[in-house]
Every structure is written in C-alpha cells, then in structure tokens.
Design a protein around this ligand. Structure first.
Ligand SMILES: Nc1ncnc2c1ncn2[C@@H]1O[C@H](COP(=O)(O)OP(=O)(O)OP(=O)(O)O)[C@@H](O)[C@H]1O
Length: 267
C-alpha cells in the first residue's frame, strides 16, 4: 500500500498561540498511499497540524516538507499548485450555503481557470456519481439537503481536482451510525479508486478502525504513540488507555473474548 516515501514530512514542529503551547517538537512522516489518523483530546492540535500541512498556517518553529520541498518557503504560485493537489473536508463549513450543489463542486474547477463550462459540467456530474448522489440534486441548495448528503457532496468537492492527498477533519461527526458506516465505505472506495494518501482527525473509534493504516496520538503537546493500531493500543499512555480500552474499544476492535493472542488481550 505504501512505498516508504514520505509524502509529508514534519520535522521539529512547535506551535504557540501567545503563551499557549499547542505542539512541542512534533516529528512525523505521512507515507504515500497510507491513511494516517490523528487522534487526541479536544484542543490537542489535530486541526492546526492539518492546516499547517496544507500551508494554511505557519508553525512557530520547524519544517513541513511536501514531496521533499519545504512548504513554507514556497512562493504563492507554488503553494497554490500544491494546494490544488490536496482535497480537504473540514468539520465546519463543509459547503458554501449560498451556492448550489453544482456550484459548490464546480468552484475549485472554476478557480483553476483552465477548464471550459462544458468540461466542468461533465466533471461535476461525474463527481456526484462517484459519491452516489443522483443528478437531480445538482441544483439544490445546501439547506435543502440532509447531513449525510452534505458530507457526500463536500467529499465530491474535496476530490474535484483529483487530489493525491486528502485531509479529513472528523469525517463522520454528526452522522448516525448507519450513515457513518456508509460514508466510511465511500471514503474507502475513493481511496482505492484515486490512490489517495489520507490524513484524518477523528474521535470516532469505528471510523478509525475501518480506515486507518497508522495512528498518531497527540497528547501533552507531543506525539505520544505512533504506529499501527495494535502497536498504538499496546502503548501505556493514559490517553491511549482511556481512548481505546474498555467496552467501547473492545466493541470497535471487534473483540469477542475468543481471540487467541490478539490486540484484544491488552484491552
Ligand atoms: N488561530 C488561533 N489562535 C489562537 N488559538 C488557536 C488558534 N487556532 C487554534 N488555537 C488553539 O489551539 C488549540 C488546538 O486547536 P485545534 O483546533 O487544532 O485542536 P483539535 O485537536 O483539532 O481540537 P478538536 O478535537 O476540538 O477539534 C486549541 O486550544 C485552540 O483554541
């Protein structure tokens, strides 16, 4: 799945907002082709780290390299080119409320200024199809849509420019378990079809288990655990213990009590 190439490399990253220290010496590599999940308490700096990886915010110290090139030394044009290779599904503001479904998905294509309207129309309809939304919804406004549809359309916009990298901030937040399962399945399909590398922040254990190849746990301003799910679950850190162990963790990890020598042993 991955070829060992660091698509995103974070080195010695520190983030401070005034006196408030959010990150202290974060070092991380996101391998091409993997799904890396960022896990941590509220305010542990997951969203900030993703925004920094996108070049939307500057760390106080440290370097982020994308494809080997330091992000924050990029000029505006280069940064925009890099951003065009990234799709983003942020928790808040998933869609522009004043734009129709069609125009929301068309927006990144129009901003490129390289496609004519007929090509944009074909591509928007294709993206809608990819996320399982019927064409008759194209002219609807976001206020007319259910939460599940908004997520799918926001995903269609995130993949509008066929990105290499997808950032997902709490992708299943606000969805009931059934819708959440369907959405996770859709992300899995996209990941395979588009050979995406995904960085995702989530509190949801089911989403984490279903999608991630590796997990990075942010706590006390640092990465306190990093690795595959079994490696992380086996870590003896209070946040990890609270987050993964107990009934909730056993359920999400599918532990029935009959597994010989498995991840479930430590839960
Ligand atoms: N622009 C900013 N100015 C000041 N403080 C900020 C700014 N952006 C983020 N913060 C603070 O940095 C901390 C980390 O925020 P961030 O949103 O990255 O956390 P998070 O782990 O994504 O949280 P959640 O799980 O609640 O979304 C928070 O305490 C937040 O208030």
């Amino acid at each position: 799945m991955t070829n060992g190439e660091c698509l995103i490399e974070v080195e010695g990253l520190h983030t401070r907002f005034g006196d408030h220290v959010v990150h202290e010496d974060i070092n991380l590599c996101v391998y091409r082709g993997e799904v890396l999940a960022l896990v941590g308490g509220s305010g542990s700096g997951k969203t900030t780290l993703m925004r920094q990886m996108l070049g939307l915010e500057m760390p106080t110290e440290g370097i982020i390299r994308v494809c080997g090139e330091p992000l924050h030394s990029h000029d505006r044009e280069k940064l925009q080119g890099m951003r065009n290779r990234c799709g983003v599904l942020f928790q808040k503001g998933a869609l522009f409320s004043a734009l129709s479904v069609f125009d929301n998905i068309a927006l990144p294509m129009r901003e490129l200024r390289t496609m004519d309207e007929s090509m944009i129309c074909d591509l928007v309809m294709l993206k809608l199809k990819m996320v399982d939304i019927a064409p008759e919804h194209a002219n609807k406004m976001p206020a007319e849509l259910s939460g599940g549809m908004i997520k799918r359309i926001a995903l269609a916009r995130a993949i509008a420019l066929d990105p290499d990298l997808l950032f997902l901030d709490e992708p299943t937040a606000g969805l009931d378990p059934e819708l959440s399962e369907g959405f996770v399945e859709l992300i899995r399909t996209m990941r395979t079809e588009l050979t995406l590398t995904i960085v995702m922040a989530t509190h949801d254990l089911d989403t984490l288990v279903a999608l991630s190849d590796r997990v990075a746990v942010l706590a006390e301003q640092r990465i306190v655990a990093l690795g595959s799910l079994p490696e992380v679950v086996g870590t003896n850190h209070p946040f990890v213990t609270n987050f993964f162990r107990g009934e909730r963790g056993r359920k999400a990890l599918g532990c029935t009590g009959d597994e010989p020598e498995s991840i479930c042993d430590v839960l």
